[in-house]
Design a protein around this ligand. Structure first.
Ligand code: ZN
Length: 170
């Protein structure tokens, strides 16, 4: 397992339509494991193949709905993911992207989605997600079609520099 370099804009791999995975061999396992390591190290809650320069339809997502309750975040590795149902109800939320460092944007997303795909072993899986988890899946699957959150955002703003002076807590 290894941490890979995260590709940032304007690298063209982020704008390409990613290819379907057809082989569930050791190369795919290494890619998925590396993507998990890379996502955790960033740190982030999701990562798509093109973001590590690999134009394949693979995503990893790790998000805990109730981390404050001590429920550990759940890890998803999804191959050839597809949104098969999306709620008509939508909500606005602030999103960022590891490939567009320093920016956030308000994006309207479906409140709930059903994702179909395959696990790392090639077994069909179906995931029902709502709230932030649903948002993350929509964001990551967009990456596989070359779509970035900034394409959908109503408003984009720069995150204040982390090196900005902070008040001491005494
Ligand atoms: Zn992203």
């Amino acid at each position: 397992m290894a941490i890979r370099e995260i590709v940032t804009i304007p690298n063209s791999v982020l704008r390409r339509k990613a290819r379907k995975v057809t082989e569930f061999g050791p190369e795919l396992q290494t890619l998925l494991d590396d993507m998990v390591d890379t996502m955790r190290a960033a740190p982030g809650v999701g990562l798509a193949g093109p973001q590590v320069g690999v134009p394949l339809r693979v995503i990893v997502v790790e998000y805990g709905e109730r981390e404050e309750d001590g429920v550990p975040p759940r890890l998803y590795k999804v191959v050839n993911p597809e949104i098969v149902r999306a709620s008509a109800e939508t909500e606005m939320g602030a999103e960022g992207c590891l490939s567009i460092p320093g920016y956030l944007g308000d994006v309207e997303r479906s409140v709930a989605v059903t994702v179909k795909g395959f696990n790392s072993q090639g077994k069909p899986i179906r995931i029902k997600a709502s709230g932030w988890l649903a948002r993350i899946f929509q964001h990551e699957i967009d990456h596989l079609d070359g779509i970035l959150f900034t394409d959908r955002a109503e408003k984009i703003w720069k995150i204040e520099s982390e090196t900005a002076e902070t008040e001491s807590a005494d």
